[in-house]
Unconditional design. Structure first.
Length: 230
């Protein structure tokens, strides 16, 4: 992992990514504060930004998803070739072409099913509840009700409910294996960072699905649409 540099605010007016901004700048950008949002403000933001949840599509029956893999130009060509060889009486060629067509569709169907299972696995790993600072006090809300600007409180062993910019830490360490594949825990900071850093080097941020090691910390969600936004 690279050693990111800390930076301080400057007169540069170019847009800065959330991990490049100071805590005060991030709070100002999202019109938030350390005391948290009010219920009315949170409700308005939820109505504007939508729920903090992965989109779900209505599932199709397995047989219909399998047949959908035949709706392809290459498959049409293969089927036409199979019909032509059948007319010519080349039955072995016909069976080979049809076999290739079915195997191609079957492989596509298996890959699609595995992708859906992986996505469902990610959904299952997400925390169902989150502790936030609202109306000047701690409240527990459904994770899907988190909004940009919320102050989220993490405790030891908590699973991170959303992508967030840290605003306060107390010896916070986080397990990031779900994203980076590294089994070691990572020390987190709140300082602004310099440069266009990859996800694993944004040590002032935590991402959905991470797990916090011992040490409570307060952190907030960055603005909607920014890198690492809810």
């Amino acid at each position: 992992m690279n050693n990111p540099k800390f930076t301080t605010p400057s007169g540069d007016t170019a847009p800065r990514q959330v991990w490049q901004q100071t805590v005060d700048a991030v709070l100002a950008q999202t019109k938030s504060q350390a005391a948290g949002l009010s219920s009315a403000d949170a409700a308005e933001r939820l109505n504007t930004c939508g729920p903090n949840a992965l989109p779900e599509k209505k599932g199709k029956p397995g047989w219909l998803r399998f047949l959908a893999h035949f709706n392809d130009v290459l498959i049409y060509v293969l089927l036409a070739a199979a019909a032509l060889t059948a007319i010519m009486g080349h039955w072995v060629d016909t069976l080979v072409i049809l076999g290739v067509t079915v195997i191609n569709a079957l492989i596509g169907h298996i890959q699609e099913s595995n992708a859906e299972k992986s996505l469902q696995g990610i959904r299952n790993m997400l925390s169902s509840d989150a502790r936030v600072q609202r109306n000047g006090k701690h409240e527990t809300i459904p994770t899907r009700d988190l909004v940009p600007g919320d102050i989220v409180i993490l405790r030891a062993g908590d699973r991170v409910p959303a992508d967030m910019r840290l605003i306060e830490t107390h010896n916070l360490r986080v397990e990031e294996a779900i994203l980076t594949g590294e089994s070691t825990v990572v020390d987190k900071i709140t300082d602004a960072l310099e440069g266009d850093l990859p996800l694993g080097d944004r040590v002032n941020m935590v991402f959905s699905g991470y797990t916090s090691a011992p040490a409570p910390a307060s952190r907030r969600s960055p603005p909607q649409g920014s890198p690492g936004a809810v």
